[in-house]
Design a protein around this ligand. Structure first.
Ligand SMILES: [Zn+2]
Length: 105
């Protein structure tokens, strides 16, 4: 029996709370294909954006050869090649959910 969509999204939100994970890690943890994780994440970004208590954060992709960081990139998928050194050794973006606690205002 397939897992209801909402449950997967809730599970992803739990896995991202207070930490960073790549979509591949999430796919392994939840047991769904990476492409589905990316689809769920795009919905999760919207719902977290409406929630004042939480904030979706992204640790951008980076080239493992020259250290180039893909700061401008907002897509959830990993870039295939470094624009600076043309290396294909790219660390994937990682995602997390921050909680805006009452302590810091
Ligand atoms: Zn590079």
């Amino acid at each position: 029996m397939p897992i209801p969509e909402l449950t997967i999204r809730q599970r992803l939100a739990e896995l991202l709370a207070g930490t960073f994970r790549s979509s591949r890690q999430l796919a392994e943890l939840v047991g769904i294909p990476e492409r589905q994780v990316e689809d769920h994440l795009s919905h999760l970004i919207k719902s977290v954006g409406r929630d004042r208590a939480r904030r979706f954060v992204m640790d951008p992709s980076a080239c493992q050869d020259c250290g180039f960081v893909f700061r401008e990139r907002t897509r959830l998928t990993k870039p295939s090649r470094c624009p600076r050194c043309r290396s294909e050794a790219i660390a994937p973006p990682r995602f997390g959910i921050d909680f805006r606690g009452g302590h810091q205002g």
